[in-house]
Design a protein around this ligand. Sequence first.
Ligand code: SR1
Ligand code: MG
Length: 405
Amino acid sequence: MPYQILDVETVLDYVRRRPEVDAFMDRTRELQATEVGDGNLNLVFKVTERGRPKRTVLVKQALPHVRVAEDWKLSPVRGRFEALSLDAFHTLAPGSVPRPLWYDPDQYTIGMENLVGYEVIRRPMIEGREIPGLGRFVGAVMARVHFGTSDFGLDSADKKRAVAPYTENTELCRITEDLILTEPFHTGQERNHWVPELDADVARLQADDGLKREVAGLKLAFMARAEALLHGDLHSGSIMADASDIRIIDSEFAFYGPMGFDLGLFVGNLLMNAAAQAAHAPSDAARRRYRDYLRGELVDTMESYESGMRAAFEAVSSPSWSAPGFLDVFLGQVLQDTCGFAGTEMIRRTIGFAHVQDIDAIDDPGARAAVQRQVLAIGRRLIHGHRHVTCLDDILTAAQEALEF
Ligand code: SR1
Ligand code: MG
């Protein structure tokens, strides 16, 4: 069947033709659908047996353009990279993602478990709600996925074969290269946007040649260092949780790159949330409490990532990777990359194409600009200093000086 963009009606017939849904629902019953996508790229349908909300699946369809900018064309084949990476996460870290059901290369749809009762964590985190175990979960899952897809966890030929399909994810890689690692740092880029209160700050930032050099190095690392399978867009909009469980979603930017990229995006989003609490928290005490919580989650993320990598390395037999001190040096590099990419994420979410609700939802323009200024300052500090950090505390100190973190 030719590619057809689905809607809440046509998706029902579509699901009736997919036997894979039988594990979750009875497709012979009356079905209903709602479109719930809130990201920048895709349609997302929840399909449910009428009156039985727990009997349900999720259908995600890649559009031939950016969802939030119809004249920005994108090939829907990107769905394939999300499907491939969803399978990889499901295999290497079972329970870390919704259960994959199918990938349909004609309709560019992915079918998966619908996480009933879960919510994307960005909104609750803006409201100052704690997500118990968030950092431990993210660190542990990413260590499993990164190790298991790297030259440490795979035979040399298998690793090269694993990289191959993702080299086709060119369009989404270019989005990252442009939106995160180029445009915000240069003048005259049409997709950048910011409020006039930031004009002077942005002018200073974009005149900082040292910053541009550091970002160029990070961009080259992203493009050239195929260390492991990355989620590729690991921010708080790509994580869902209920009271006792957490899952990672939306891996269409999946690609082989430097491990610190995923960690950096996650760390950058937690730091932006910490900054935004200046405006969201109902009191000084609540703000301090939530920033302490975030600090704990950042520590847990990096500690559980490191311990996951160290545990996995116990099984490594290559004389190269088990050379004394090699792992320490490698993890040091991951930390430095984490710091640098966190900085680029913070800056691009403030003055680049796609901003974040943590900051945009601050109503008072003065308070919003003050938070944005802090985020830019922390981002610059992280990028400038990233090649010199030796421990997480160096990153936290850079944030702390701007935030009383
Ligand atoms: C055109 S896509 C803009 C951003 O949305 C996605 O979630 C990625 O973060 C991308 O950079
Ligand atoms: Mg996304």
